[in-house]
Design a protein around this ligand. Sequence first.
Ligand code: GMT
Length: 372
Amino acid sequence: MKIGIVCYPTYGGSGVVATELGKALAAKGHEVHFITYSMPVRFVDYTPNLFFHEVVVSDYPLFDYPPYELVLASKLVDVVKYEKLDLLHVHYAIPHASAAYMAKQILATKGINIPFITTLHGTDITLLGKDESFEPVISFVIDQSDAVTAVSSSLKEDTYRFFATKKEIHVIPNFIDIDLYQNARGTFSKETYAPNGERILMHISNFRPVKRVEDVVKIFSEVSKQIPAKLLLVGDGPERHKLEMLCREMDICDKVRFLGKMKATEQILSIADLFILPSETESFGLAALEAMAAGVPVISSNTGGIPEINIQGYSGYLSNVGDVSDMARNALLILKDDETLKQFKENALGQAKIFSIEKILPLYEELYEKVM
Ligand code: GMT
């Protein structure tokens, strides 16, 4: 099949999923064309049947707001026509699904029928969907898509709750390349950050308020009062300054390291003992799945799609959003002795295998066949 993928090329989960999906489809022999404004961050290994088409918005003095969506639609028309694509798969409703809809209408006037599949990732529904400045467009493009997928059952339910649509939504969960995480073992040394054998707690995100990274710091502070521990914070974003202030206030700066944005997170995850994801809302929680694929148990909130991945008392523990005392207690339950930690680590890896790419990729391929 010849597939066009549209996504945000940045560090967000939806872009990561789209890029990994495209790479895996290309590895299986499909021809995959990424169409977006810059090279996706995980687009690293070139293969002959993987292509990138850059969407460039000209800087024109009249534009206070660059019309990215229109330029994207024009680019989609061009790529579909000249590369003879079979279908478009757009990740994140705004503005990708609306641009695909427009491209589809333009191509129809030229006698070309291009189906498009929209994958809903989370904030396009749970945050933007609630915003009335986007709602009519999101509702419309959900209905107009040839197929719609959501990354968890929870997100599917949220979509029906927030939008008056009866469109069938296929749940295709996010996936993980287990080998990538297992092969990364040994690339980082635990001693670098925990020279005295301390437990390593980790959090990876874009440090937006929805991630509640302050809770991570508070949980860590409780844990480190009981056992020797270090906290590694990977990523960056708007909450960073506040977090640094909180660490100073709590007098734990010597135990906390801000590592910034890292591309190959599988490497740093290989030295973690525990992953913390206390998000306010999370349609799936890809970061938790990535941790589990590295054999790292997860302390999380019990919100959105996270309970579909993290299993209470098995791969980790779940608590109500904001209940940092419970999360700290649960962290200590896992970290209290080597035997318990070893068991949780094995369970986490076993749980991640349910979402291995080999199992999930055929679900997308089946859907592609169906819409074509
Ligand atoms: O919240 C993020 O980190 C970014 C965001 C995105 O769209 O890039 O993530 C959403 O999509 C991910 C991939 O499907 C999911 O794993 C995240 O749970 C989801 N984020 C939220 O729902 C807050």
